[in-house]
Design a protein around this ligand. Structure first.
Ligand SMILES: [Fe+2]
Ligand SMILES: [Fe+2]
Length: 186
């Protein structure tokens, strides 16, 4: 599978992953709202959301950006230090730290800690995704050659075949589907 026979581009693959991440962010928002209103601390589902962010958003998606897309963009002249790539890397670091804090809070039944970390994570990731979709990826689409794009799509497929914390990509997509089915948007 590559860019020439599927119509996929590296940025279209990453944008579709953003949509999946945003669906689970909506579930997390819903669960935090419930918890804050006193309707209950849904420990199991909160833990599943955190596990999804750790394995899909971080281990799979952010790794594709950090190890593959961003180096390709740098090689085509988009700056890292003091530029958009450095900013995105710093936000990935913050997202990892907040994911760790959310996991600790869920494990420790610390509702207050969970609310604070989750609200920060939701704001950070929503804005981060907006910036990538509308700024960095738009820049990338202008500078990457067809060969760059085909090469990246091939490498993305290799990542997609890996397992993340013992789960393959289909299982992670199913986690998102199940969470969304259990807690549909109102
Ligand atoms: Fe990112
Ligand atoms: Fe992203």
């Amino acid at each position: 599978m590559n860019a020439s026979n599927t119509g996929e581009t590296p940025t279209s693959v990453l944008k579709s992953e953003h949509k999946v991440i945003l669906r689970v962010i909506a579930v997390l928002q819903h669960l935090v709202d419930r918890s804050e209103s006193g309707a209950g601390f849904e420990k199991h589902c909160l833990g599943r959301c955190v596990e999804f962010f750790r394995l899909f958003a971080d281990a799979c998606h952010h790794a594709k950006e950090e190890d593959l897309l961003f180096p390709a963009l740098e090689s085509r002249g988009i700056p890292r230090e003091g530029g958009p790539i450095g900013c995105m890397l710093e936000e990935h670091r913050m997202a990892r730290e907040l994911t760790r804090q959310m996991g600790d809070a869920v494990d420790g039944d610390d509702a207050e800690g969970l609310h604070g970390a989750a609200r920060q994570y939701i704001d950070l990731l929503t804005q981060h995704i907006h910036k990538e979709d509308n700024v960095l990826f738009a820049m990338g689409e202008n500078v990457l050659s067809d060969t760059d794009q085909e090469s990246l799509c091939g490498k993305f497929c290799e990542v997609a075949c890996r397992s993340f914390g013992g789960k393959n990509l289909d299982e992670l997509h199913r986690m998102a589907d199940e969470l969304e089915a259990r807690w549909p948007a109102e």
